[in-house]
Design a protein around this ligand. Structure first.
Ligand code: ADP
Length: 248
């Protein structure tokens, strides 16, 4: 469980997160939505421990403030908006996910975990490729592989489907959903596409101007809420049982 109590954060004295209170259950996929500048990325960076906000954050009952960075890394894997593809091989990159668990030497267990993760995601054929040679969809899977090698129970994903084509977007979100259902991983995902969120998320957190406007399950996602958050009139229709937000 992730708990945030009265979390506040300012950049250079400018309040960016204001009185954030959230409880996220284990094994859920939670979408964070809201217009640009709402504070979504800042919130993820606070949960990751990258930024130090006022208030309290607990991960599985442990206070983030009291955890050492390597202890936090065993609990939380953070995937930033931009992953910089380099000439590193996929295998080596995923192996870096083992860093919080390793001493100075790479052990057999670490190698085995990387192999297993690559196989589980069906990307073992990419093991020796360089990150720079991958397509956007492949790179995102590799980034997730590294997070899984880290064996963290919480994945924080910042706009992971940006720059992916429609098929890769759906495949990626399917993968996140599968990991939550089969491995009990909690995924907190910043997404721009409300319709992708409606398909895959169990819970929704809508933010605007550094505040939470609404949070809850599918029932909270109404045309009124979307219109209020994004300042455009919308309707919501069900197509083949899936709610779809349509701007009018
Ligand atoms: P979102 O992810 O919802 O688009 P962000 O969390 O990135 O929003 O940004 C929230 C606000 O904080 C914006 O006004 C942005 O300009 C500001 N901000 C983000 N990062 C920094 C930074 N490193 N320094 C100063 N201001 C920042």
């Amino acid at each position: 469980m992730i708990v945030l109590k009265n979390v506040e954060f300012s950049y250079n004295g400018i309040p960016t997160l204001k009185g954030i209170n959230i409880e996220i259950e284990e094994g859920k996929v939670v979408a964070i939505l809201g217009p640009n500048g709402a504070g979504k990325s800042t919130l993820l960076k606070c949960i990751n421990g990258l930024l130090k906000p006022r208030g309290s954050i607990y991960i599985s009952g442990l206070s983030l403030k009291e955890l050492k960075p390597e202890e936090a890394a065993k609990l939380i894997a953070y995937v930033p908006q931009k992953s910089n593809p380099t000439f590193m091989s996929v295998f080596d990159y995923v192996l870096l996910g083992r860093k919080p668990h390793m001493g100075l030497n790479v052990g057999k267990k670490d190698m085995k975990i990387v192999e297993n993760v690559l196989r589980m995601l069906g990307i073992e054929r990419l093991a020796l490729k360089k990150l720079k040679q991958l397509s956007g969809g492949e790179l995102q899977k590799v980034v997730i592989a590294r997070a899984l090698a880290q064996e963290a129970k919480v994945l924080l994903l910042d706009e992971p489907t940006n720059n992916l084509d429609l098929k890769s977007q759906l495949e990626f979100m399917h993968l996140v959903k599968k990991l939550s259902l089969e491995k009990g991983i909690t995924a907190v995902v910043v997404v721009h596409d409300v319709n992708i969120a409606l398909r895959f998320a169990d819970e929704f957190i809508f933010m605007k101007n550094g505040e939470i406007v609404a949070k809850g399950g599918h029932e909270i996602v109404t045309p009124e809420l979307i219109s209020k958050v994004y300042e455009i009139p919308v309707t919501i229709h069900k197509l083949s049982g899936v709610p779809v937000v349509i701007p009018v």
